[in-house]
Design a protein around this ligand. Structure first.
Ligand code: SF4
Length: 83
């Protein structure tokens, strides 16, 4: 199973810890569609297996625990994570 990181944007506080730990996977950016400066994420299309340890560190470090592993297909179909 190919896994990808899933970020629940409804819970994310935009602290940028994940993008600092693993910038190849997590991008935190300003999103004009959200009020109050909330952030949104993009997940790249690169296979995350080689950097799995960094992703796991981001999951373990996220202060609101809104990152989790999901099956790649499930993440791509999610409305919560942009392609
Ligand atoms: S570490 Fe968690 S709360 Fe912080 S920006 Fe990343 S997903 Fe959002």
């Amino acid at each position: 199973m190919v896994r990808k990181a899933f970020v629940d944007k409804d819970i994310c506080i935009g602290c940028t810890v994940c993008s600092s730990l693993c910038p190849d996977v997590f991008t935190v950016k300003e999103d004009p569609h959200y009020q109050y400066g909330f952030k949104s994420f993009t997940n790249d299309s690169v296979d995350q297996q080689p950097i799995e340890k960094q992703v796991q560190e981001a999951i373990d470090t996220c202060p609101v625990q809104c990152i989790s592993w999901r099956e790649k297909k499930e993440v791509q179909e999610s409305a919560l994570v942009e392609p």
